[in-house]
Design a protein around this ligand. Structure first.
Ligand SMILES: N[C@@H](CCC(=O)N[C@@H](CS)C(=O)NCC(=O)O)C(=O)O
Length: 218
């Protein structure tokens, strides 16, 4: 197997989803951490690799790909064997995974980003409409999970990886997460996957710092 490189930064949600998919496949990634605080992704060297200058960006030999969901599909297609429950070949099963990936890209992740994550970074308050979007999104996946272990059934798929990294912003939600018990049970199940903690540690370190900020020096 050629060296597969992943340009990433460890707390980035879409980077974490790709890293979980790689772990689930047993694909080793050579991680190339970019220091976003120092805008390393805007360096001319990275511009040559990815004109969009975003992470995750994967190189597999002389092939370069970005967009986390496309990378996960590619990795399963290339390294997942004949058929793989992470992204099944069966047309209808695959279509359900695709539906969720599309819903995530267009609606779910966006709601988490704009309503829960960005306001922290920008010190702004989400609008009532944005808050309603999050409630609607949590309700949707809570309903989806009422009779399932994972988003499309009994097996984890790349849609679970894509969505859990957005869902993990739930700790910033002003409402009550106990209103979404199926979604929370799924989140716990995801956290119990053998590679989850390792891949997501940098994110939970940030969560911990936000919950218990270091005391200000006087
Ligand atoms: N839709 C893309 C989103 C990628 C993305 O927004 N990555 C952020 C880091 S979390 C980034 O590289 N931002 C750099 C920038 O926009 O300048 C994906 O799923 O891969």
């Amino acid at each position: 197997m050629a060296n597969i490189q992943l340009y990433h930064f460890s707390a980035s949600p879409p980077c974490r989803s790709v890293r979980m998919a790689a772990k689930a496949l047993g694909v080793q990634l050579e991680l190339k951490q970019l220091d976003f605080a120092n805008k390393e992704h805007l360096n001319p060297e990275f511009l040559k690799i990815n004109p969009d200058q975003i992470v995750p960006t994967m190189t597999d030999g002389d092939f370069t790909l970005w967009e986390s969901r496309a990378i996960m599909r590619y990795l399963v297609g290339k390294y997942g064997g004949e058929d793989n429950s992470l992204y099944p070949r069966d047309l209808q099963k695959r279509a359900e995974v695709d539906r969720l990936l599309d819903y995530d890209l267009g609606v779910f992740y966006r709601a988490m980003l704009e309503t829960l994550m960005w306001p922290v970074r920008n010190r702004s308050t989400p609008t009532k409409e944005q808050q309603e979007q999050v409630v609607k999104a949590f309700n949707r996946i809570n309903t989806l999970l009422k009779d399932k272990k994972f988003l499309t059934g009994d097996n984890v798929t790349i849609a679970d990886f894509a969505m859990v990294v957005g869902f993990a912003a739930e700790f910033l939600f002003q409402g009550n997460m106990s209103d979404y018990p199926n979604a929370m049970a799924w989140y716990k199940r995801m956290q119990e996957l053998p590679y989850y903690q390792e891949v997501n540690q940098a994110f939970y370190d940030i969560v911990e710092k936000m919950r218990n900020p270091p005391a200000e020096k006087s």
